[in-house]
Design a protein around this ligand. Sequence first.
Ligand code: N1C
Length: 258
Amino acid sequence: ILAISLWVAFSHKQYNSGDSLKETIISRCQTFIQNNRTSSAYDCQKIWTVFEQAFVGKDPCNVPTDAYDSLINTIIQDPICNKMLFWSKTKHIVHEFTEKRNCFQTLEDTLLGYIMDGLTWCGKEGSNETFTTGCPSWNDCVNHTVKSFWNRASAAFAEAACGDVSAMLNGSIATPFTPTSIFASIEVKRFNADKMRSLTVFLVTQENDGKSCDDPSLKNLQKELDPKLKYSCVSVANLAEQSLNSTSVIAEISVFPL
Ligand code: N1C
């Protein structure tokens, strides 16, 4: 009886893990569509099916970025020129900022990024199930199921960047423009100077303890950009101690003319 109960509990749990990921993705998709009337042409069930095909039945460390090509092509969304906001190591503050106002759009404010934000998923060779636990960690492998998704989605977001573009970087870490970050290794390399006019970096720093816009890593960023692009950097002092006090940063950025 014990063995049967354990088997029932275990198989039910495994079934639920993929099942609840499906529910989460479909319900986020529907919420996004309800809140953004322009996107009513998307079919959430189809999005789930195309998403699943990228990784189900595969070794979770062997899902290359192009596995998500069909998903990216299913959720093509027009970029909002002059509003696109990239970020690195500032996830929390960036979203507190964009939640409160409409003037910026991050990848997580698009349907694709909104659906997947914060989720974990993977498949398994020889299985048609979807797992949300027991997946490898981000740094365990190059072709990591979730990492490949963000690499692919970020590449598409950056390729579409147009007009005046912004990036919020963390001035309280050793290298605000970190070479291994998605922003440095994927996005900046895909900026297209024929579509973009400028890049403005908002460097969020903590009081008396931050990098300035003269930081060598930001010089590296400038070197990577096409010289046709206008580059500027604004240091935004953050008055909070450890946690980033978004209200003060928002107040400062809001008065800065874009
Ligand atoms: O490696 P990062 O930052 O430089 O990546 C951020 C960069 C942004 O501009 C986004 O467009 O790449 C895009 N992006 C996401 O939109 C995103 N949402 C959630 C990259 N990563 C994203 N995540 C998760 O944050 C992802 O699972 C990974 O763990 C972090 C990367 O954040 P980072 O290192 O601060």
